[in-house]
Design a binder for this molecule. Structure first.
Ligand SMILES: *Cc1c(COP(=O)(O)O)cnc(C)c1O
Length: 232
């Protein structure tokens, strides 16, 4: 028997990840269809996106615009929702707004304005998660709060619609503890903004704990695509 093809490999990984999600949902007493799997394809070619899409995956994430834009362009014929999950400079907002449906990594008001303007100019709808850090551990603990949701004809964008946490918490806390703090924060935000139902938390190593704490979106890279050679 030869090497498994890339399609077989990805199909197998996707199946395992879906089983893990289903098991986590079951033990959390949640419905599996409450949880959206996002394939994080950074460092992997557009061909892999195409294969995973063919296997039924609809949500994909990237973290660097200069890699994401050509990949999204190469997959333009596919019905895909792109999530942007990396640090973003305002001067890249116009580019990201052309392909992304969600920016999960908004960390300042000026970026919300830039994205809102870019989305309405591109006549596209765009959701944002704004990161809230729990402590000074730069860039780790984040909760999402949404920004622009610009639609065709809605030039101002809509006020912030709130979503949930993005990324995991401080390294020195157990993931389960951090995720439950995210869930608490998300609940209090949702009390004010009822539409704020999205909680993006959990990666390959810890998405079960995130699901247990209420994550609606899990961002899975290596468990789906394999360990990438660290080029970035
Ligand atoms: C790379 C990345 C992921 C996926 O991480 P894995 O551990 O490979 O699953 C999730 N979220 C963000 C923001 C990332 O940059």
């Amino acid at each position: 028997m030869g090497e498994p093809s890339r399609t077989e490999e990805l199909a197998n990984n996707l199946c395992l990840v879906r089983e893990r999600i289903a098991a986590a949902a079951r033990s959390a007493g949640r419905r599996v269809d409450e949880i959206t799997l996002i394939g994080v394809t950074k460092g992997w070619p557009a061909d892999d996106v195409r294969i995973l899409h063919g296997l039924g995956l609809k949500h994909f994430a990237e973290n660097i615009d200069q890699h994401a834009a050509p990949k999204a362009e190469a997959c333009r014929d596919l019905d895909i929702e792109w999530h942007f999950v990396g640090q973003l400079q305002s001067n890249k907002a116009a580019s990201v707004a052309r392909y992304a449906s969600v920016v999960q990594s908004v960390d300042r008001a000026s970026l919300v304005h830039a994205l809102s303007k870019a989305a309405s100019r591109a006549e596209r709808s765009l959701d944002c998660l704004v990161q809230v850090k729990f402590d000074s551990d730069q860039g780790r603990g984040r909760i999402g709060r949404a920004g622009p949701r610009s639609r065709r004809g809605d030039r101002s964008g809509r006020g912030p619609s709130v979503h949930g946490p993005h990324d995991r918490g401080p390294i020195d806390s157990a993931p389960s503890e951090v995720f439950s703090r995210f869930a608490d924060l998300s609940r209090s935000v949702r009390a004010v903004h009822s539409e704020a139902g999205l909680i993006s938390a959990g990666m390959s190593g810890d998405f079960e704990e995130a699901i247990c704490a209420g994550a609606t979106h899990v961002r899975v890279g290596s468990a789906l695509l394999g360990e990438r050679i660290k080029l970035r």
